[in-house]
Design a protein around this ligand. Structure first.
Ligand code: BES
Ligand code: MN
Ligand code: ZN
Length: 490
């Protein structure tokens, strides 16, 4: 999508559609009124006839309106109150849904939605993200015929208002990162393997600001990453630790900020096999990794002046003659021993060695890991909030601020040491599960043992990384928007 800012008027702008608003009392916005005058009262006549009432996010598409340059008018209701970020987002989503498939260009005269709480620049950024969502379709493994409809797309957005071009660009970069993450999450496990993720990371290194390094399973074994290998060795697909270094700071030695994604490209549960129902969904168990790739792609476009390292810890969790068994004890890269009581708690095993590697090698200023880690987090927070776990108040503030701004929401859950004893076992430094209670927290407590002394936060995205059912089922691309905003604020 292309974005342009123009000072043209709503009546004169050349476009396949001009978008204007009215409120719930039926009052046309200034731009809508100008069109109404040019068209001899046609818009007001539609309102008087009850074709649209102006309630929040209601739309009416009117072709062939006389007296103006645009081919169509899209009227959008703004409700009966000043906009909040929540209501404005509903309006923007409705606009994008109603106009994303009109070919050509769409002009928006919606700056009148802005107020003290909702700035015009935020509206512009969210507009670009809304079009990105509306125009997404997954074509990689679906016959082209089914996607003919999806092929028809608006190609240009013209913002009538103040110069918000940098926010439009930012929104577009985030939208592309989100859709890239969605594509990766939607790809099946037989295509999106750890090697596939590694190739994607190599592609990012085409940009001179990014340097990609792949550490393969043999190297991981040689360095003593026994927790990572205990998962990867069960599959014929070789595991990979993927490292993407983005150097944007003026000082190359500035401590980097790490984002680390869980990249289990399929999670069968291993020998602790999962039930069959919905097991296909476990192809999404690499959505943390996908969010790291999507974020890195957006950063390359936005060029912030910070040093960032995107890491992905990737393996396939399979039952086999080489797989770990319940009761096996392995030694992690940190030297701590782990009793694997359940091979389905594999995410924390691949993450803990990646955390140790990242912290020891890069001495980061901060680490945030992103993982579809627990069904317990999904049960607690549903698809609305990602779980946020951290003991670092500054990091919590930064992530919560970015989450509120981007509307890619998080909810803080406890990470107190009182829960640590649930991981105690007679046979190793810790068990890899903590029993039936507080499952999202015990998973986070496990990871905390590998991050001591470093500002670290954990995002459990089990409930937010995908959604829908049947035909609407698919990856959401979360939390790319949150991560990009968090890192841009650094
Ligand atoms: N990938 C799953 C978590 C998950 C479940 C993500 C449902 C998305 C939807 C993770 O590897 C897992 O299996 N976790 C177990 C942990 C348990 C064995 C302690 C779980 O949540 O059941
Ligand atoms: Mn699992
Ligand atoms: Zn998993």
């Amino acid at each position: 999508m292309q974005y342009q800012v123009s000072q043209n008027s709503a009546t004169d702008v050349q476009a396949s559609c001009i978008v204007v608003t009215l409120d719930q009392t039926g009052k046309l916005s200034e731009a809508a009124e100008a069109i109404n005058n040019a068209a001899n009262g046609f818009l007001q006549a539609r309102v008087d006839a009850g074709d649209i009432s102006g309630k929040l996010a209601e739309t009416l598409l009117l072709p062939g309106v006389s007296g103006i340059s645009a081919e169509r008018v899209l009227l959008v209701g703004t409700g009966d109150k000043p906009q909040t970020t929540e209501t404005a987002l509903k309006v923007l989503n409705a606009i994008a849904a109603a106009s994303a498939k009109l070919s050509g260009s769409v002009a928006l005269s919606i700056h009148n939605l802005a107020n003290e709480e909702v700035s015009e620049s935020w509206l512009a950024e969210q507009t670009a993200m809304a079009y990105g969502r509306s125009q997404y379709s997954f074509t990689a493994t679906k016959p082209q015929a089914d996607n003919d409809q999806a092929a028809k797309k608006a190609e240009q957005i013209i913002w009538l208002g103040t110069d918000v071009s940098s926010q439009l660009e930012k929104g577009e970069a985030i939208a592309q990162g989100v859709n890239y993450a969605r594509d990766l999450g939607n790809l099946p496990g037989n295509i999106c393997t750890p090697s596939y993720l590694a190739e994607e990371a190599e592609k990012l290194a085409d940009n001179p600001a990014v340097e990609t390094t792949i550490i393969d399973e043999d190297q991981m074994e040689a360095m003593g990453a026994g927790a990572f290998v205990s998962v990867a060795k069960g599959s014929i697909e070789p595991g990979k630790l993927i490292i993407m270094k983005y150097s944007g700071a003026d000082n190359a030695d500035d401590a980097p900020h790490i984002i680390l994604g869980k990249g289990i490209t399929f999670d069968t549960g291993g020998i602790s096999l999962k039930p069959g129902a919905k097991m296909d969904e476990m192809k999404y168990d690499m959505c943390g990794a996908a969010s790291v790739l999507g974020t890195m792609q957006a950063l390359v476009a936005l060029k912030p002046k910070v040093n960032i390292i995107g890491m992905i810890t990737s393996a396939e969790n399979m039952p086999s003659g080489h797989a770990s068994k319940p009761g096996d004890v392995v030694t992690s890269l940190s030297g701590k021993t782990i009793e694997i009581l359940n091979t389905d708690a594999e995410g924390r095993l691949v993450l803990c060695d990646a955390l140790t590697y990242g912290i020891d090698n890069f001495k980061p200023a901060s680490v945030v890991d992103i993982a579809t880690l627990t069904g317990a987090c999904m049960a607690a927070l549903g698809a609305v909030n990602s779980g946020l776990f951290t003991k670092d108040e500054a990091l919590a503030d930064e992530l919560q601020l970015a989450a509120r701004y981007s509307r890619d929401k998080v909810w803080r859950l406890p990470l107190e040491d009182d829960y640590q004893e649930l991981l105690d076992t007679n046979f190793a430094d810790m068990a890899n599960i903590g029993g039936p209670l507080a499952g999202a927290t015990t998973a986070a407590c496990f990871l905390a043992r590998f991050t001591e002394g470093t500002p670290w936060a954990h995002l459990d995205i089990a409930g937010t990384a995908w959604g829908g059912a049947g035909k609407t089922k698919g990856a959401s691309g979360r939390p790319v928007a949150l991560l990009v905003n968090y890192l841009l604020n650094k």
